[in-house]
Every structure is written in structure tokens, then in C-alpha cells.
Design a protein. Structure first.
Length: 56
């Protein structure tokens, strides 16, 4: 356990110096992915452009 605490010590100290969390951003990204999945939109692997699939 001491090794784990020692390993994560810099990150814990950095958080206390600048308490910024990426939690809210991750929540927004999750909502976007859910909406895209429900709408049938997928990211293409070429160019990162949105492509809509007709599923019906």
C-alpha cells in the first residue's frame, strides 16, 4: 500500500494545488455519445467526419 501511495503522490499534490476535475467534461462527452448512438450517427475512421446511417 505504501508503494501505491508513493506512486500517486504527485497527482494528489497537483490536485490540491489546482483542484480541476475532468468529471463534468466526461459527463458531457457521455451524453454526446449517447445522443449520437440514439440518432444512428457514427464517426468515420477517415477524416473524423460524421456519417449518418439509415437503420430503418
Amino acid at each position: 500500500m505504501a508503494g501505491t501511495v508513493r506512486m500517486h503522490r504527485p497527482g494528489v499534490l497537483n490536485y490540491h494545488r489546482c483542484p480541476i476535475s475532468t468529471g463534468p467534461l466526461e459527463g458531457v462527452n457521455n451524453q454526446i455519445r449517447t445522443l449520437q448512438r440514439q440518432a444512428g450517427v457514427s464517426r468515420s475512421k477517415v477524416g473524423g467526419k460524421c456519417v449518418q446511417f439509415d437503420l430503418g
